[in-house]
Design a protein around this ligand. Structure first.
Ligand SMILES: NC(=O)c1ccc[n+]([C@@H]2O[C@H](COP(=O)([O-])OP(=O)(O)OC[C@H]3O[C@@H](n4cnc5c(N)ncnc54)[C@H](O)[C@@H]3O)[C@@H](O)[C@H]2O)c1
Length: 263
């Protein structure tokens, strides 16, 4: 028996990375899943590979009409929505001195406003049945700061505030809202990051990417499944009393500092 048997789920940003792995795991665990993304070809192919319990729907998380069309499509195919994973996000890496307000507004639109209007779009289904689970993707940058990604960190701190507020407001209606906060590092998790940075480095921009100190986990990086497993838990009834929390999947990076170790 799967942990999401009989559940209908939407995963945004499901064409690649964490979202793609989450959709796959959800199907393995018995859910019927709508994969939503801007990347139609890639998302469509991934949904197809997951079989009859998955389909792809184009979604720009910034668009209210897209959200309305998405919910209509899910109703037509599977029925009312039980689970929403707000995973789609964008990252922009540059120092504060080079901030471009238009870029910042767009980033906030995707990372912060998108999950808000997505939550609103699925509310009627969840309210009607007095049950539902919403999982928002945060980051270690929702728990602490990080140089060169100030707007991204601000968007994730903002989403954390939304998560807690929504948990309080919607928990009374049986709807749980939680946040998963990963730290990545593995190539499987960094397509967006690579698109953003590697091209610029290749074009000659002077950027030193220091990365995370993975000594904490003996050199191991997070894999998409590490993150998807925690999203699955929060989406399932196993997490029936989890509401308004942040769940770190960071290998201990935010736990403190390592000063001493054997060679
Ligand atoms: N990868 C990491 O190391 C890491 C670390 C911390 C937090 N996160 C968070 O986890 C989530 C997934 O990260 P990832 O590494 O898999 O990202 P990714 O860039 O590989 O994938 C994000 C997906 O979102 C989609 N997307 C972007 N803008 C969209 C829009 N406007 N509408 C619909 N879809 C859109 C992209 O097309 C892409 O398929 C994000 O919320 C990210 O901030 C990732």
């Amino acid at each position: 028996m799967g942990r999401l048997d009989d559940k209908v789920a939407i995963v945004t940003g499901a064409a690649r990375g964490t979202g793609a792995e989450t959709a796959k795991l959800f199907v393995e665990e018995g859910a019927r899943v709508c994969l939503a993304d801007l990347l139609d070809e890639r998302g469509g192919a991934h949904a197809e590979s997951l079989g009859k319990d998955a389909f792809f729907q184009h979604l720009d998380v910034r668009s209210e009409p897209d959200w309305a069309a998405l919910v209509r499509a899910v109703h037509a195919r599977f029925g009312p929505v039980d689970v929403l994973v707000n995973n789609a996000a964008v990252l922009d890496v540059r120092p504060i001195a080079e901030l471009d307000p238009a870029r910042v507004r767009d980033l906030l639109d995707v990372n912060l406003v998108g999950p808000m209007i997505g939550t609103r779009a699925v509310l009627p289904d969840m309210e009607e049945r007095g049950a539902g689970a919403i999982v928002n993707l945060g980051s270690i940058d929702a728990m602490e700061g990080m140089g060169w990604v100030a707007p991204y960190a601000a968007s994730k701190w903002g989403l954390r505030g939304f998560t807690k507020s929504a948990a309080l407001e919607l928990g009374q209606k049986g709807i749980r809202v939680n946040m998963v906060c990963p730290a990545g590092g593995s190539p499987e998790l960094h397509e967006g990051f690579r698109e953003n940075l590697v091209k610029r480095i290749e074009a000659g921009e002077k950027l030193a990417v220091k990365g995370l100190d993975h000594a904490v986990m003996g050199g191991r990086h997070a894999q998409p499944r590490d993150i998807a497993n925690v999203i699955l838990f929060l989406a399932s009834d196993d997490a029936a009393f989890c509401n308004g929390g942040e769940y770190l999947v960071d290998g201990g990076h935010t736990a403190g500092h390592i000063w001493f170790a054997t060679e």
